[in-house]
Design a protein around this ligand. Structure first.
Ligand SMILES: Cc1cc2nc3c(=O)[nH]c(=O)nc-3n(C[C@H](O)[C@H](O)[C@H](O)COP(=O)(O)OP(=O)(O)OC[C@H]3O[C@@H](n4cnc5c(N)ncnc54)[C@H](O)[C@@H]3O)c2cc1C
Length: 398
């Protein structure tokens, strides 16, 4: 053994569980791995995700059996911003490879006609340009999440596994810890660990840190009665629902005039003056999406969605379709051939500009962190900032 080895601190490899494989979870794992490269304390990270994909970044596609071409809809987040220098630097490598693309969309304000005989009123609003760049990922909005997941070296992602509420099981000391483990841990911190379980009661293992990145409503359930030190703060931010309508046409020739791209002003994104609909996005006009069959995604307003969140989805679809028909003014010949609808129960955080941002919630004794986009402004950039805060909190204890 060399003198250097004798003087080196005992390396600690914390076991970290992340509940939720959305962008907050993936970015937290990415930044934890990068930070550990600098300290030499390689963490063992496990992400548990109840679904089979990456959270509210979501893409749905359907293939035309005749042409083999696809309709495609980003039915969760459509784009993201990168306003801070840190986040701009973080995304730069994917901008270089072209996986991320700036979307310089032409944006209009669209007021639907009061009856089907008239055309909607469409007024130019702005162009999303480099000053306030919006980014998309190609070929799908999910592609970036998948790239982030694939690049993780010390992280295991366990899909289709729902972590049970922490309250059901006490936060206790692992009886099976070896003396060696305990010595290593007490070198840095308490030997306390948390055992997680899935919903069938099967153990998912023991962890030094548990990071919950579930949406606010689900985080409340996960942490209820668990003794989490900051429990009452989880309920503070309010999240609202969003219904998404996905429409497809067989051919550009079959599009209604409002979508044919021959109107002035030409447009890619419309902000609606409507009590039901919020925004329309033309998918096949996005950069590097030209191969798609005509596909349009429409987000309903969050307040309307929230007040209809428990309604029958078929009834909701009908109402959204009527509103979309009024906005886009199609007739029998130019009606969409593909129609789908998705309900997001927890879509958007209500941001109150006057109140201070919550930030991540930490229980230092139990080594639990509650995080997610809703701890900040409820967007993708928030996921990155919350991941940074989490990594800082964990690194400070080592
Ligand atoms: C319709 C819509 C439009 C949007 N538009 C934009 C936009 O234009 N720009 C923008 O920046 N952002 C937008 N957003 C917000 C953006 O999608 C989110 O900020 C971001 O995806 C949140 O990531 P997250 O990881 O915090 O949460 P999520 O993506 O919700 O990930 C949390 C994960 O936790 C999992 N989970 C929950 N409970 C458990 C459990 N018990 N066990 C295991 N796993 C669990 C969930 O399945 C989920 O995958 C939009 C969102 C929606 C829904």
């Amino acid at each position: 053994m060399t003198d250097h080895a004798l003087c080196s601190p005992v390396l600690f490899a914390p076991k970290i569980a992340i509940i939720g494989g959305g962008l907050t979870g993936l970015l937290t794992a990415t930044l934890l791995e990068r930070a550990s490269n600098q300290t030499g304390n390689t963490p063992q990270i496990t992400i548990f995700e109840k679904s089979r994909s990456v959270g509210r970044l979501a893409t749905r596609y359907r293939s035309d059996s005749e042409t083999g071409k696809n309709w495609q809809w980003s039915f969760g987040a459509q784009f993201f911003t990168a306003k801070t220098a840190d986040f701009q630097q973080f995304i730069a490598p994917w901008l270089d490879t072209g996986l991320l693309q700036p979307w310089c969309a032409e944006v209009v304000e669209l007021t639907p006609a009061s009856n089907n005989e008239q055309s909607p009123n469409i007024q130019s609003k702005e162009q999303w340009d480099a000053v306030h760049a919006r980014y998309i990922s190609k070929p799908k909005m999910t592609s970036w999440g998948r790239e982030l997941a694939a690049a993780l070296k010390h992280t295991t992602i366990v899909f289709k596994t729902r972590v049970a509420p922490l309250a059901q099981y006490l936060h206790h000391q692992n009886p099976q810890q070896s003396q060696h483990q305990i010595q290593n841990q007490t070198h840095n911190q308490d030997s306390k660990q948390t055992e997680l379980f899935d919903e069938t009661g099967a153990s998912l293992g023991w962890f030094d840190w548990v990071i919950c990145t579930a949406p606010n409503g689900q985080a409340v359930e996960l942490m209820a009665d668990s003794g989490f030190a900051q429990q009452e703060k989880i309920t503070k931010p309010q999240m609202q629902a969003c219904y998404t309508l996905m429409l497809g046409w067989d051919d550009v020739q079959k599009l209604p005039e409002t979508l044919k791209g021959q109107l002035t002003p030409q447009w890619d994104v419309a902000y609606l003056n409507s009590t039901i609909l919020d925004r329309i996005f033309i998918e096949h006009q996005k950069p590097a999406h030209g191969e798609l069959l005509p596909s349009v995604t429409i987000h309903a307003r969050n307040d309307w969605s929230e007040s209809h969140v428990d309604d029958d989805i078929e009834l909701v679809k009908e109402q959204l379709l009527q509103a979309a028909k009024q906005a886009l003014n199609w007739n029998e010949d130019s009606a969409p051939s593909q129609i789908d609808c998705h309900r997001w129960r927890y879509a958007a955080t209500i941001v109150n500009k006057d109140t201070e941002e919550l930030g991540i919630l930490i229980d230092a004794t139990k080594q639990w962190i509650v995080s997610g986009d809703w701890c900040a402004k409820g967007n993708i950039e928030s996921c990155y900032r919350m991941a940074q805060q989490t990594v800082k909190a964990i690194m400070q204890t080592q």
